[in-house]
Ligand binder design. Structure first.
Ligand SMILES: Cc1cc2nc3c(=O)[nH]c(=O)nc-3n(C[C@H](O)[C@H](O)[C@H](O)COP(=O)(O)O)c2cc1C
Length: 221
């Protein structure tokens, strides 16, 4: 099936799944790592500028198949997703639930995905790992997206009640995240100051601030 990702750096089809872009990315924000990690992990980052190229059914299938094979507590798979393509009524409804700062750029993404967690087990007890498992499934999705030459940007900045209404979500499920997905666009298409933020270097805490041997350091919060 022909892929609708029209960037010249993309392979002709994600169905052929490629898995590496053929030319250099528009903007390289690859992590400077203290130790070697998988290239896809280092290259993944969260842009706000996407091209208008649509995500076709083949790519969508791969993204959610990657989710499907994520591990989860007791294999409950307590995740759910609603996706809406740019231009659809569903897309507009999701945008309407986003915080203003996210609307600015997310309204131009080719695809928005709502990630939901089922927080109650079949026996009525709480599933304390529902959000954890959803997050891990989105990590799968993000790496599959990177392998397809796509980027995603997760958002917690939304009005939960509006989002629930926008996607007709039952009370048994909680909207946890909205994810913009697309091919990387140009920072220059963003309004200031987002264009500068798009170009800013990525930063992380050092390993020794969160990885400890044997015991948690005394007195450390
Ligand atoms: C659960 C979650 C919620 C986030 N919410 C927002 C958001 O509402 N708006 C936004 O611009 N970025 C949001 N982000 C993106 C983070 O700011 C971003 O992942 C972080 O700064 C690290 O940047 P990187 O993904 O490019 O490495 C969110 C990320 C996650 C995982």
């Amino acid at each position: 099936m022909a892929c609708q990702l029209l960037l010249s750096r993309m392979p002709a089809s994600v169905a052929e799944s490629k898995i590496q872009p053929e030319t250099e990315p528009i903007m390289n924000k690859t992590a400077t790592t203290a130790h070697p990690i998988l290239p896809l992990l280092a290259e993944r980052w969260s842009p706000r500028a996407f091209t208008a190229a649509k995500i076709d059914a083949t790519a969508l299938g791969s993204l959610f198949e990657a989710v499907r094979w994520a591990p989860s507590a007791s294999n409950l798979q307590p995740w759910g997703f609603v996706h809406a393509a740019h231009g659809s009524a569903g897309f507009a409804a999701i945008v309407g639930s986003l915080a203003a700062g996210n609307v600015t750029w997310a309204q131009h993404a080719p695809l928005l995905v709502v990630g939901v967690a089922e927080l109650t087990k079949a026996d009525g007890s709480p599933n304390l790992y529902g959000r954890y498992d959803l997050g891990q499934s989105v990590a799968h999705l993000s790496i599959q997206a990177a392998a397809l030459g796509l980027h995603l940007h997760q958002m917690a900045g939304f009005d939960s009640a509006k989002l629930r209404e926008a996607v007709s979500l039952p009370l048994s499920h909680e909207p946890v995240v909205v994810i913009a997905i697309g091919a990387l666009g140009e920072a220059s298409q963003l309004p200031a100051p987002l264009d500068e933020r798009e170009r800013a270097p990525r930063s992380r805490k050092p390993l020794d601030s969160f990885v400890f041997t044997d015991t948690w350091p005394a007195g450390r919060p």
